[in-house]
Design a protein around this ligand. Structure first.
Ligand SMILES: Cc1cc2nc3c(=O)[nH]c(=O)nc-3n(C[C@H](O)[C@H](O)[C@H](O)COP(=O)(O)OP(=O)(O)OC[C@H]3O[C@@H](n4cnc5c(N)ncnc54)[C@H](O)[C@@H]3O)c2cc1C
Ligand SMILES: *[C@@H]1O[C@H](CO)[C@@H](O)[C@H](O)[C@H]1NC(C)=O
Ligand SMILES: *[C@@H]1O[C@H](CO)[C@@H](O)[C@H](O)[C@H]1NC(C)=O
Ligand SMILES: *[C@@H]1O[C@H](CO)[C@@H](O)[C@H](O)[C@H]1NC(C)=O
Ligand SMILES: *[C@@H]1O[C@H](CO)[C@@H](O)[C@H](O)[C@H]1NC(C)=O
Ligand SMILES: *[C@@H]1O[C@H](CO)[C@@H](O)[C@H](O)[C@H]1NC(C)=O
Ligand SMILES: *[C@@H]1O[C@H](CO)[C@@H](O)[C@H](O)[C@H]1NC(C)=O
Ligand SMILES: *[C@@H]1O[C@H](CO)[C@@H](O)[C@H](O)[C@H]1NC(C)=O
Ligand SMILES: *[C@@H]1O[C@H](CO)[C@@H](O)[C@H](O)[C@H]1NC(C)=O
Ligand SMILES: *[C@@H]1O[C@H](CO)[C@@H](O)[C@H](O)[C@H]1NC(C)=O
Length: 623
């Protein structure tokens, strides 16, 4: 027994090394902790609004003074944690980081159990507005919209894939009028926060001294099958975060040993005890930005914490890092947004800007499944957890995502992909209960999915559309911060049908993998898992068009809702991320991206925070 405990302590120590003190666990205690969290998640009912954060505010009139800081950062998520770290390097600056959620814990550190965090108080609890052209296999035609509500934000509940996107994505940002955002300009910032240990990476493109750990976990036989199959089709194994993105690779993850490497773990834990000028206040729900009367100058924020109202003042800047849904909501509640939207909700307007418009995401098709004759990870719950403690799969990556590929199905010569594969090795959707909740599938769709799909043997090809032409919106339900924002994905509504057609081409392209020797060796064959499309000949074009409308959902990459640009007509912030027409107010989160990058957007979000922290230091002559 003693030996076992020591072993676990050792594993946790080398993998963890956070300054937050660890609870001491025996294997049995650890397994119980995991089981209890899963049980709690299974019983958890997501909130319908923000009542839990507001509670019973005891006295509306009594507003407590929380003091004055140089910078107030709203949202201790992915961007907010990095920013708080960089700005608090200046010892003379007092930084306040306000986060609505609580701390991370040993359960949230397990990359492979992030699905359960979506059913806990670490998720805000949003759902998308019912759709007419997509999400038809979901309850109420509504796709999920999870967002992290915890120190580290969505980087805690996310799937840990680390993808920069394409050089040309950033060159495009610059070409759209955003000086300083070309790939040559931003590469140094991608490198700065990375501790990239991918052995086949080109060091020119990577940092190895930054606070964020990025690495591989164990490969499986499926990784090999996919990478060899892609090679047969002419796609090399690449470091898709390096010189060339087109090709395939084993998944590259934000993990440190077996644990999640999140914004909180990477950027806050190592400094929190050492920087008295940084105040991290958790469970603080910000309800408005305070603007000096008769001016357009932000001077502080109001927030609710434990049933009390507070106001904190910012002598230099208020920085909104509340994410692509909450930042627009907060701006609109504070009088900054589209005139018509503010008028509809009786909010007096301070600045008329297209907040919440130009919402882009990565829709993904979850209905492409290959049956194989291999069986992976058919182990007991206990063995799975013990395996995790020794850094073994499947829990060291989310949803057992195994490998990624980037292709262009419109123009095979293009260096910019339009489709991404995320390949889930067995057991991907390891139970009907999981996929039913995580994707909000309706009963009929769920039953059809599991009629042929065997989680122990089958590969799910998550097929991601990288550059959708449709645009959604984020609007207000009311002028009360108690209400959730309205999230309208508006998927597959582009006039020329580019989105659905590119999905279709992506599926056809993926089916070519079945002709490769590598996939024949695992006896791979496509199976039909989509309900509601029986009237079409199986695997015909009409069948896939139908299937796409049933089974696309979000890869959880909302951007663009506070987009960066020159024009007040189609953008909200400048290239320095200052809100147009306002003083002392910036937005630094995924919402500022003017066009969505060709890959999972967390890396770009960190890059944005890293770059802007240098801009801020330069502006105040601290660099
Ligand atoms: C389930 C899921 C899986 C994903 N998988 C991947 C992946 O594998 N790879 C990848 O690259 N990207 C992934 N993403 C996307 C990526 O994680 C996000 O795009 C990124 O983390 C966004 O960073 P952010 O700083 O803009 O927002 P967030 O990280 O969401 O941070 C916003 C923070 O602000 C806080 N906040 C919001 N409103 C208030 C308020 N009023 N008062 C106080 N605090 C507030 C929130 O609680 C949160 O902590 C995933 C996202 C999700 C949800
Ligand atoms: C943060 O500031 C508040 C208000 O000034 C103070 O009460 C609190 O103790 C501070 N917390 C930390 C960790 O410094
Ligand atoms: C989940 O795990 C954390 C420790 O990591 C623990 O503090 C918490 O109590 C657990 N939650 C439940 C509901 O068991
Ligand atoms: C379904 O959507 C409608 C329209 O938005 C909404 O009124 C209703 O509450 C939703 N039902 C469920 C179960 O979510
Ligand atoms: C562990 O963390 C401490 C405190 O941040 C640091 O000094 C030390 O170098 C770290 N050790 C390793 C192995 O990362
Ligand atoms: C807006 O204000 C008017 C007049 O005060 C009131 O009648 C109306 O109900 C309000 N609408 C909303 C959405 O609050
Ligand atoms: C998984 O293991 C169980 C029990 O060991 C066995 O009955 C079952 O056939 C296995 N499933 C697969 C797909 O290998
Ligand atoms: C598809 O490829 C052609 C040829 O390279 C190109 O002209 C066209 O713009 C591409 N279409 C899209 C939607 O990217
Ligand atoms: C290959 O798959 C086919 C179709 O699923 C099945 O009939 C056959 O038995 C499999 N062969 C092997 C060797 O697994
Ligand atoms: C899987 O199928 C292939 C091709 O039919 C066959 O060569 C291989 O031996 C099979 N493997 C297993 C484990 O059944």
């Amino acid at each position: 027994m003693l030996l076992k405990c020591c072993l676990i302590f050792f594993v946790m120590f080398i993998a963890g090394n956070t300054t937050i003190t660890h609870q001491y666990y025996s294997e049995e205690d650890f397994i119980r902790m995991v089981r209890d969290n899963i049980t709690a998640a299974n019983a958890y009912v997501l909130p319908q609004d923000n009542s839990v954060l507001i509670g019973d505010v005891r006295n509306e009139r009594c507003i407590h003074d929380y003091g004055t800081f140089d910078f107030i950062i709203v949202g201790g998520g992915s961007a907010g944690t990095l920013l708080a770290n960089r700005l608090s390097e200046i010892a003379d600056w007092k930084i306040l980081l306000l986060e609505a959620g609580g701390p991370e814990n040993d359960f949230s550190d397990i990359p492979g159990l992030n699905a359960f965090l979506m059913f806990s108080d670490m998720n805000w609890g949003y759902y998308g507005k019912p759709q007419s052209q997509a999400c038809l296999g979901m309850r109420n035609n509504s796709c999920v919209a999870p967002r992290g509500k915890v120190l580290g934000g969505s980087s805690v509940i996310n799937a840990k894939q680390f993808v920069r996107g394409n050089k040309e994505d950033y060159n495009l940002w610059e070409a759209m009028g955003n000086a300083g955002w070309s790939y040559n300009d931003v590469l140094q910032y991608f490198k700065k926060f990375e501790n990239y240990h991918i052995y086949n990476a080109d060091p020119f493109y990577h940092g190895t001294t930054g606070p964020l750990d990025v690495g591989y976990t164990e490969p499986t036989i499926m990784t090999e099958a996919y990478i060899y199959a892609m090679r047969e089709l002419g796609y090399p194994w690449v470091d898709f975060n390096g010189k060339n993105q087109i090709g395939s690779s084993q998944a590259i993850l934000t993990i440190k040993g077996n644990k999640a490497a999140t914004g909180g773990r990477a950027f806050i834990d190592p400094i929190i005890m050492r920087r008295p000028n940084l105040n991290v206040t958790l469970n603080a729900f910000v309800t408005r930005v305070l603007i000096t009367h008769g001016t357009r100058r932000a001077n502080g924020v109001r927030f609710i914490r434990n049933g009390e109202i507070y106001e904190a003042r910012a002598s230099r800047e208020v920085i909104l890092s509340a994410g692509a849904y909450n930042t627009p909501q907060l701006l609109m509640l504070s009088g900054i947004g589209p005139r018509s939207e503010l008028r509809r909700h009786n909010i007096s307007m301070i600045e008329d800007l297209p907040v919440g418009r130009n919402f882009q995401d990565h829709p993904m098709f979850i209905g492409l499944v290959f049956k194989t004759n291999q069986s992976l990870f058919n182990e007991s719950f206990e063995d799975t957890i013990l395996g995790y403690l020794n850094s073994h799969r499947p829990l060291t990556t989310s949803f057992n995502i195994d490998s990624l590929g980037f292709i262009n199905v419109n123009d095979s010569k293009s260096t910019v992909p339009d489709i991404e594969h995320m390949v889930m090795a067995p057991p991907g959707w390891n139970s009907p209960a999981i996929i039913s909740r995580v994707q909000n599938l309706n009963e009929e769709t769920l039953a059809a999915y599991f009629r042929e799909y065997n989680p122990h043997t089958d590969l799910v090809f998550l097929t991601v559309l990288l550059h959708e032409k449709s645009r959604g919106s984020v609007t207000l339900r009311s002028n009360n911060p108690r209400d959730f924002p309205i999230i309208d994905y508006n998927y597959l509504t582009d006039r020329n049908g580019y989105d659905i057609d590119t999905f279709y081409k992506g599926i056809e392209h993926t089916l070519k993998l079945l002709e490769t020797d590598a996939f024949k060796a695992i006896n791979a064959s496509v199976i039909s898992v989509v309900a509601g499309c029986d009237e079409h000949a199986q695997f015909s074009r009409d069948y896939w068009y139908c299937a796409i409308r049933q089974l696309i959902t979000t890869v959880y990459h909302p951007v663009g809702t506070t987009r960066m640009g020159n024009s007040r007509h189609n953008s909200v912030v400048s290239n320095k991320l200052i809100v147009h027409g306002m003083e002392n107010l910036r937005v630094v989160d995924a919402g500022v991206m003017p066009e969505i990058p060709s890959g999972n957007v967390l890396a770009a979000t960190y890059m944005i925070a890293e770059k802007i922290s240098d801009d801020i230091k330069l502006h105040y002559r601290q660099l």
